[in-house]
Design a protein. Structure first.
Lengths: 196, 185
């Protein structure tokens, strides 16, 4: 079920390098503790331009913008969020505060349509939980709210498909069923196909 | 109020029974730095948070911790469910069996029942948040110790997930704490 990334050392090392060198920490840039040299910003003026550009960004909710590729002063800023999938594997959506123990990194691997769909729901649920905690304290961050909103929409759709095919995830979900189905599908702690 | 969703925060499927680890994992269910203590701590503290940020953060982390209680309970149950009496005895879980059979009970790894003496609610948001930051760090340390004690990937994967969540929670509490400090609290 789990794939240990340490088995593939090259992959793991290159991934760590990315975390070291390419991440721009949006959360802390106001406190001046970001290493500006990382991005070849040479003077105060350029630094201000960078920050103004970031702050004045307006998000069009109809267009999907790849926030990893915003080009400011010819600087490529790496997306500071992991994908939902990577986030669930790591237990953290934010590259800036990710901190593994003894290089333990696992990937969740499931097989079968039902489990894959459930995993997708778990990934999106995780993304909304983690971004939600951040937004509780930083409600003004439009970029993260945009991601949060998209994840919530995607989650709603994934749940609809799951519940239509495999039964309710919530007690009050009744749209697709003519009989009471809440007690029909296995509970989350039951593994091996519902064997307890 | 709370609504239950029929899924775990992180998938768990433990295939190998391991009674020693079941006993040790109980530490994070009903121990002083466990998930139940964390959840109750934040669920109660949120009522005396001074603003929307605090009320929202404490509510949301408390809710997530309830999900972690479910994760740890799931791990304990899956590790223990196929055990024979002899195996329970040799793992030192006969003392658990005598009262709880193979049920899940919030005690620490030595069987000491959970108590709310593990948590504190001072009503002072700064003091409460400092306790929360310490609690998250202590829980992180316990997860690292648990990870040292097993080689089973089915356990290591969810344990490393839970450990990382403690780091995220610590960072959020610290952000809120520093924000309140800046406000002159």
């Amino acid at each position: 079920m789990y794939y240990d990334e340490r088995d593939n050392k090259i992959k793991y090392i290159s991934e760590e390098k990315k975390i070291e060198n390419n991440d721009y920490d949006f959360n802390n840039h106001e406190h001046n503790d970001v290493d500006i040299n990382k991005f070849n910003i040479k003077n105060e003026l350029e630094k201000n331009m960078y920050e103004n550009n970031y702050k004045s960004n307006e998000w069009d909710t109809d267009v999907k913008v790849n926030i990893g590729n915003i080009n400011v002063n010819n600087i490529r800023v790496k997306n500071e969020l992991y994908s939902a999938k990577e986030g669930l594997n790591k237990g953290n959506m934010f590259t800036s505060i990710y901190d593994p123990y003894k290089n333990y990194i696992y990937k969740v691997v499931v097989s079968g349509e039902r489990d894959e769909l459930l995993l997708k729901i778990q990934e999106l649920t995780f993304k909304t939980i983690d971004l939600g905690l951040y937004l509780d304290v930083n409600p003004q961050d439009e970029k993260v709210y945009y991601e949060f909103r998209n994840a919530s929409k995607e989650l709603k759709k994934a749940k609809e498909i799951y519940e239509k095919n495999y039964g309710p995830l919530c007690l009050t979900e009744t749209e697709y069923y003519s009989e009471y189905k809440w007690n029909k599908n296995p509970w989350p702690w039951m593994n091996e196909g519902g064997k307890n | 109020m709370f609504k239950y969703e029929k899924l775990l925060e992180y998938p768990i499927n433990i295939r190998k029974k391991d009674l020693k680890m079941a006993k040790l994992l109980n530490q994070q269910l009903g121990g002083p730095n466990g998930e139940l203590a964390a959840s109750l701590r934040y669920l109660c503290q949120r009522f005396s948070m001074p603003d929307e940020k605090g009320r929202a953060l404490l509510s949301d982390i408390a809710t997530e911790e309830l999900g972690h209680v479910e994760m740890i309970s799931t791990m304990v149950r899956q590790l223990i469910k196929d055990a024979s009496i002899e195996e329970l005895k040799s793992a030192g879980l006969d003392t658990h069996y005598v009262e709880h059979k193979k049920g899940v009970f919030p005690s620490d790894s030595n069987g000491v029942p959970f108590t709310t003496a593990y948590i504190n609610i001072t009503g002072n948001p700064i003091v409460d948040l400092q306790e929360d930051m310490a609690a998250e760090k202590k829980a992180q340390a316990v997860y690292e110790n648990l990870m040292d004690l097993t080689k089973d990937q089915d356990l290591l994967a969810p344990l490393s997930f839970l450990r990382e969540r403690e780091i995220v929670h610590f960072n959020r509490f610290k952000e809120l704490h520093d924000y309140y400090k800046k406000q002159g609290m």
